[in-house]
Design a protein around this ligand. Structure first.
Ligand code: HEC
Ligand code: HEC
Length: 301
């Protein structure tokens, strides 16, 4: 692979650029020399249709002027800013340094504000409209790609506006979720349930748990399997377990869809939703504001 930091490419680019500029100057001078100071234009000797002659006029002055100005500007720019190979320019400007300065400026501005909010408990922050507005903007930046700009989620991405929580909806649990992420682990059950028939039976039992019409004979058989394989995580009553992120199966809120096909699929192949850990990336103060915003959403209904 070519090493673009090498001395060779540095000199290659620098020499080629300077040579091109000098060549332009030379070309301009060459094209403008040799004209006599007379108002009478020379002809090139080419004549068409008997009277159409090609004249050899000097280049217009305004055009030449523009060309020289462009060359001067280019040279001056290359002297001040990076452009000639590795030469960083007399101003020592770089896009990275500019970005870093910008980030530092914003941090200095909002840092103390965020720090003040970080001292306020989430319960109190949800009464502070300014804090919630900041939280909303942070949410749009960092969370809406997965949870939707209205926080209502999508299949596989939980709705954060309802009162149904996989991992707990109190301020502390929400904050833990954002800081450290969550990894849901629901194994695939098809093999353990003895194939499709077993999945069908348990699916019918899950429908019954959810209060929907179920085929009774299948659901009865499903209950035995449910108690054996599923109750450990989802609870004997199907109400779930926030410590494991195990969904409540009785409330008709479905992360992966509530049709019979979808429920059977969840059971047969398993589900492993992952919420990324964002504490390190965002920092505690931003996570605190985000927790307040998310908590406020579920308090609104
Ligand atoms: C080891 C714990 C564990 C066991 C055992 C378990 N589950 Fe789950 N289950 C979970 C978790 C965690 C989730 C949430 C997955 C996610 O969020 O990605 C889940 C999700 C589900 C869902 C999807 C819920 C939704 O909202 O879409 C269904 C349906 C389900 N489980 C049914 C079952 C059935 C039936 C069994 C027994 C055959 C079972 N689970 C056994 C942990 C478990
Ligand atoms: C890469 C996608 C992704 C991003 C980005 C993301 N999340 Fe999540 N989040 C998920 C998934 C997937 C889950 C569900 C995990 C599971 O199945 O248990 C989740 C779960 C959650 C939960 C728990 C919901 C419950 O019912 O307990 C909260 C709260 C949450 N996210 C908040 C946030 C916030 C706030 C942000 C932005 C700072 C964010 N998420 C960014 C994918 C994402």
């Amino acid at each position: 692979m070519a090493d673009f930091n090498s001395e060779f490419w540095h000199w290659y680019i620098a020499v080629l650029t300077v040579a091109s500029i000098l060549a332009c100057v030379w070309l301009l001078r060459w094209m403008t020399s040799g004209f006599q100071q007379s108002d009478e234009a020379e002809t090139t000797g080419h004549v068409w249709d008997g009277d159409l002659t090609e004249l050899n006029n000097p280049l217009p002055r305004w055009w030449l002027g523009l060309f020289y100005i462009t060359l001067a500007f280019g040279s001056f720019y290359l002297l001040l800013y990076p452009g000639l190979g590795k030469f960083t320019g007399l101003l020592d400007w770089s896009s990275k340094a500019e970005y870093e300065a910008e980030v530092e400026r914003v941090e200095a501005e909002v840092g103390p504000l965020f720090a003040r909010y970080a001292q306020t408990p989430v319960i109190d922050l949800i009464k502070d409209d300014d804090a919630l507005r900041i939280g909303e903007r942070l949410f749009a930046n960092y969370c809406s790609t997965c949870h939707g700009s209205d926080a209502r989620g999508a299949r596989g991405y939980p709705n954060l506006r309802d009162k149904d929580w996989l991992w707990g909806g109190d301020p502390q649990s929400i904050k833990m979720t954002i800081l450290h992420g969550r990894q849901a682990a629901m194994p695939a059950w098809e093999a353990a349930l003895g194939g499709e028939r077993g999945v069908d039976e348990v699916t019918q039992y899950v429908l019954r748990l959810a209060g929907r019409p179920a085929i009774e004979a299948l659901a009865d058989a499903g209950k035995t399997r449910y108690d054996m394989f599923c109750a450990a995580c989802h609870g004997p009553d199907g109400k779930g377990n926030a410590a494991l992120g195990a969904a409540n199966l009785t409330d008709e809120v479905w992360l992966y869809g509530g049709s019979i096909t979808r429920i059977a699929e969840s059971i047969a192949v398993g589900r492993n939703g992952q919420m990324p850990a964002l504490g390190e990336f965002l920092g505690e103060p931003k996570v605190h504001l985000l927790s307040a915003y998310v908590y406020s959403l579920s308090q609104q209904q």
